[in-house]
Write a protein of this length. Structure first.
Lengths: 233, 118
């Protein structure tokens, strides 16, 4: 009882803080200095139609590398924690009811389409809303659908690991090439910027974002597969 | 518009924290944390919104020359993209630890985990 009262008190204090924040908030009517810089310069300097992509992949590319590293670490920790002592012999023996006609047929129809949409989203990340992370998540959702249809389905861990490491290597390799042949680490002007709004434009951004998409898709898939291979104890 | 989004975000944060603090079940706590996480993201995106402007994507509707006067702030959006991805990583880790805890004790009731209680 006391605990609940304390919780409510804490939430009340926090809520008062939020109300205060909300009442004193005056929305911007102009872009601030950073936003203005990005709005004015990214079209000529980076050549992306989607300014958010320019920020994520090039202006703050190092942060994105860190973000990808965090995801990689998560996938690795999940693998280490769940993979231990979970061998073929004892696990994956449970009996499951069939998953049903609708789900099975639906997944045959939807999985290729979802994969295609994921690839589209990360290849067009510099032109439309979307990008590597979103595309990767969409690809992983196809894997999730396959796992829902057949929870005992075996996915090759080594294939997922290979896709992930190769795309990670290419991502960093392109970044390092930027030091030698362009303005710095992860500079996108390795390739010509091209015409604003074309698919092959913005230098190496579509390539980097595709590798990020593959890497994120592989990481999410490995998390899903690891979690689905756990057994009830 | 901004007010609606911000109020929703703040309410989601409070709801999530309430759930995380009062539910004894670890899985429900994890769900509550993701709700609070969503609330924070909504508030952050709302901060970058400017009345009457459009998404930071250049096309026929938003020519390069007028970009600074026509688009909303792209920085919070980039930040929130990062936050969503990291949030997903944190959720996965929480789920993994919840599984390991269940494996150890056979229960997900937080009251049964008293090793570090003082």
């Amino acid at each position: 009882m006391i605990k609940r009262a304390l919780v409510l008190l804490f939430l009340f204090a926090l809520g008062t803080l939020f109300v205060e924040l909300l009442l004193n908030y005056t929305p911007d009517t102009e872009l601030n200095q950073t936003g203005r810089y990005y709005a004015e310069h990214s079209a000529q300097d980076i050549g992306t139609a989607n300014i958010t992509t320019a920020i994520i992949v090039t202006y703050r590319g190092l942060d994105t590398l860190g973000e990808v590293t965090v995801l990689f670490l998560t996938a690795a920790i999940v693998g280490v924690l769940l993979g231990r002592g979970n061998h073929k012999g004892k696990s994956l023996q449970r009996k499951l009811p069939p998953s049903g006609e609708l789900l099975t047929t639906g997944s045959y129809l939807l999985v290729p389409l979802i994969l295609l949409l994921g690839a589209y989203v990360f290849i067009n990340g510099h032109l439309t809303p979307g990008g590597g992370f979103q595309g990767g998540a969409i690809i992983a959702s196809a894997i999730l659908l396959m796992l829902l249809t057949d929870p005992l389905r075996h996915f090759s861990h080594s294939l997922i690991a290979a896709v992930e490491s190769i795309s990670g290597l290419f991502f960093i390799g392109i970044g390092v090439l930027g030091i030698f042949y362009a303005g710095g680490f992860l500079d996108n002007r390795l390739l010509p910027l091209g015409e604003l709004g074309a698919l092959f434009s913005a230098g190496v951004i579509p390539i980097i974002y595709s590798f990020i998409g593959l890497k994120v898709g592989a990481e999410f898939s490995s998390m899903l597969v690891n979690l689905s291979e756990t057994e009830d104890t | 518009m901004i007010t609606i989004a911000m109020v929703t975000g703040f309410i989601l944060i409070l709801m999530g924290l309430y759930g995380a603090l009062t539910n004894p079940n670890i899985l429900r706590m994890i769900v509550s944390f993701t709700i609070a996480n969503t609330g924070v993201n909504i508030v952050l995106v709302a901060v970058g919104y400017i009345q009457g402007r459009t998404a930071p994507i250049l096309d026929e509707a938003v020519p390069v020359a007028e970009a600074a006067a026509r688009i909303i702030d792209p920085t919070p959006q980039a930040l929130v993209l990062t936050a969503i991805v990291i949030g997903l990583g944190v959720t996965t880790l929480m789920l993994t630890y919840a599984y390991k805890l269940y494996e150890m004790k056979g229960t997900l009731n937080i009251a049964k985990f008293s090793e570090l209680k003082w």
